[in-house]
Write a protein that binds this ligand. Structure first.
Ligand code: ZN
Length: 733
């Protein structure tokens, strides 16, 4: 070895050897870097590099039903019945199958208040008759968006049957048929494709409407979260083999109650508006409700989440009523109402919908993490009235027969109740309890004790005339798509309840070798059981707690049940899960307090579709064009034609000398008002809120309806008709 450089001299062979070694090292390093870069790239999605993981199908179908005289489902306000249409309601279906199509999952989100047991059972029956055992109770999830502006009348349990004024067949049929049709469309369109997942926070779109209940949760638990609502939106982007867009399925926790209980126009509220914006953008050149791209905004743990971001104020004095009872110094709880962010409910709906849409669009465009892995589903029917809950190794507790507390009748800051009920009642009221005992019967001591500290207003689990008032048998269900788990919950979980359930399910999967699962909660699924608060929130007995119908341990029971389902999926033992007791089907009479459809009549010297109040000759963009026609009851159209369109806005195309439809009744820019007169007479007023970007030109508005005419004592016929406004000019502002 040479120790002194000056004395050293390298042989020619040594120089070649060193050069070769250096070159080999450089090449190795370059190869390694390239290898890691390639690995990194494969983790992200690149359409040309991986084989499609799933067969995917998406579908959308109308489920609007009758838009007049039917109670709108949500606020339980008997005065709030349909009086027209702002936007159509849709069922949106997503089918995911493994490449061999041996395992399938159907997720449906419909623009309805909630899924009822009757509705679900009828959908499953139809699917069975069409597809045999392909689509079943375990692999079909039906979720409602929870719009409070859709027709009711599709319930078999007496409490909701009464508030819907009975069973309304046309309403139930429209939803059943719409859901099945959306699944049919998705089934027919299935193709190889990929699912990408993304998450992000939606700002300025929610407040907690029971913040004082939320504060009952342990400080150590609350300190783990930045907010008293869940702001995260989860989106699934579905694309075909070539990377072409198929659809968006997302979950975000917010009550669709931007439209308040004074609204009479059927519509899909803020999340429906977001869906419409997304679909309109992707289905370019199509009318609202048309086109193959489907965008869905499904409900989640929205139990205590309001979109009325200005918060609660006394409508009589303007004072804040953000207090534990949500009451005002004068006028009490009935005066305490939350509004915002817009100037009126229409504007608020658009603002919240726009924010949800914008975030979803951003998350959709940036989605790069591919969902891969097997599909799994697990389902059970459970008698929720008597679940034994293991609180810890030594203590157990039980769920209760269903009952609603006094604060249920108080309503919320999104829609106040009647009379003098307030939120946060932990004591009964002798006056109302006396009336209740006289009319409906006194709750048993067992039920009173079980629900404590809830003062019971309706002991629905002990009321069975003419049919049980609330369900005992409910569905619990989980579906997994690779590392994503969807928990289908039969009610409205509060923010913290949702967090506890998600985390418990995530931990359960992790303890069986499936760490890092993404867990989402799908709300208002399969059967409606009102709210689910945490045990601590339950003690405060605000509206959500008073509506936690199976008592203080409801959430703990669900956590136990859903952990069982997760365990079964993770350990491949779903076939060993007992199916549980089947839900009952009651023979509900088609009895309703909704007025029967009568014969329609036009005023003397007019006929249906005649213009009573004409449009102006000219409007500027952003003004409202309005025309009133001799109308007929729109329920007739819903009963005779599926997917009836009540109106068009048409633009004159001078080169083709024809009228081209530019808007229909699904558009959020058009409003269809029906006003009932006496003796079978009625008017229809159509408004077009001319949006920015409307091309100047000549326009007209058309109305399409059906009237009922008696031709003999025993025979009434339905006759289609139409009306057309005068042409009017739209000019630039
Ligand atoms: Zn709700």
């Amino acid at each position: 070895m040479c120790r002194k450089r000056s004395k050293c001299s390298f042989s020619r062979l040594e120089v070649i050897l060193v050069s070769c070694l250096t070159l080999m090292m450089v090449v190795t390093v370059v190869l390694l870097v390239l290898h890691f870069l390639n690995q990194e790239r494969q983790g992200k999605w690149n359409p040309s590099e991986t084989t499609p993981q799933y067969l995917l199908g998406v579908g959308r179908a109308d489920c609007t039903g009758p838009v007049a005289e039917i109670p709108l489902m949500g606020y339980a306000n008997p005065e709030q019945v349909g009086g027209g249409l702002l936007s159509r309601l849709y069922s949106r279906a997503f089918i995911m199958a493994d490449p061999q199509a041996s395992r399938r999952l159907v997720f449906v989100t419909a623009d309805i208040g909630m899924v009822s047991q009757k509705l679900r059972l009828e959908v499953l029956k139809k699917l069975q008759s069409k597809y045999g055992d392909l689509y079943r109770q375990d692999n079909v999830i039906l979720s409602g968006t929870h719009t409070h502006s859709g027709p009711g009348g599709y319930f078999q349990y007496t409490l909701l049957w009464i508030t819907s004024k009975g069973l309304i067949r046309p309403s139930l049929n429209a939803i059943v048929n719409g859901i099945v049709k959306s699944i049919d469309t998705a089934h027919q369109n299935m193709k190889k494709g990929r699912i990408l997942i993304n998450r992000g926070t939606v700002e300025n779109s929610q407040i907690n409407r029971s913040p004082f209940s939320y504060l009952e949760n342990p400080a150590s638990e609350r300190s783990r979260y930045a907010s008293d609502t869940d702001k995260e939106m989860v989106v699934l982007k579905m694309v075909d083999e070539q990377g072409q867009d198929l659809g968006l399925l997302s979950w975000f926790a917010v009550h669709p109650v931007s439209m308040n209980n004074s609204n009479r126009l059927v519509n899909s509220d803020n999340v429906g508006y977001a869906a419409c914006l997304f679909e309109q953008e992707r289905n370019r050149g199509m009318l609202p409700g048309e086109g193959s791209f489907v965008a869905a905004f499904a409900s989640s743990n929205l139990g205590d989440v309001s979109p009325n971001t200005r918060g609660p104020f006394c409508v009589n004095t303007g004072e804040s009523c953000n207090n534990p009872q949500s009451t005002c110094p004068t006028g009490g709880a009935a005066m305490c109402i939350a509004t915002g962010p817009g100037g009126d409910m229409f504007e608020s709906t658009r603002i919240i919908g726009q924010r949800i849409y914008s975030k979803a669009r951003e998350l959709y465009e940036e989605a790069s993490q591919e969902v891969t892995g097997a599909l799994g589903t697990a389902h059970q029917w459970v008698n929720m009235s008597s679940v034994t809950v293991e609180l810890n190794t030594t203590h157990t507790a039980k769920t209760c027969k269903p009952a609603l507390g006094h604060s249920f009748a108080a309503g919320t800051i999104d829609g106040v109740g009647a009379f003098n009920f307030t939120q946060g009642s932990v004591e009964g009221d002798p006056f109302w309890d006396g009336i209740r005992d006289m009319l409906l019967g006194e709750p048993s001591n067992e039920t009173k004790a079980c629900h404590r500290p809830k003062p019971i207003l309706f002991s629905t689990g002990e009321m069975s005339w003419p049919h049980p008032w609330h369900p005992d048998i409910v569905d619990v269900q989980i579906a997994t798509i690779g590392s994503l788990a969807i928990i289908a919950v039969p009610g409205e979980l509060t923010t913290m309840s949702g967090r506890r359930l998600r985390e418990a399910v995530k931990r359960e999967f992790a303890s069986h070798g499936r760490a890092g699962m993404d867990v989402v909660i799908a709300g208002l699924c399969n059967v409606y059981t009102h709210y689910i608060t945490t045990y601590e929130e339950y003690q405060a007995q605000r509206y959500e707690a008073a509506s936690t119908i199976y008592g203080p341990h409801t959430l703990a029971a669900y956590i136990q049940l859903y952990r069982g389902l997760a365990r079964a999926i993770a350990t491949n033992t779903v076939q060993d899960l007992p199916p549980g007791p089947e839900p009952p089907v009651f023979n509900i009479a088609n009895l309703t307090l909704v007025p029967a459809l009568a014969v329609d009549r036009a005023p003397p010297n007019t006929t249906f579709g005649d213009v009573l109040q004409e449009v102006r000759p000219q409007y500027q963009v952003s003004e409202v064009a309005e025309v009133t026609f001799v109308g007929a009851n729109p329920r007739t159209s819903a009963e005779n034609v599926t997917e009836h369109n009540f109106l068009t806005v048409e633009r004159h195309n001078s080169s083709a000398a024809s009228w081209q439809v530019v808007q229909n009744d699904a558009s959020w820019d058009t409003r269809f008002y029906w006003t009932k007169g006496s003796l079978g007479r009625s008017n229809v007023t159509i408004q077009w809120h001319i949006p920015g970007g409307t091309e100047p030109g000549l326009y007209r508005i058309r109305y399409f309806g059906h009237y009922r005419r008696r031709v003999s004592i025993f025979h009434i016929v339905t006759v289609p008709f139409e009306g057309t406004s005068a042409a009017f000019e739209v000019t630039a502002p």
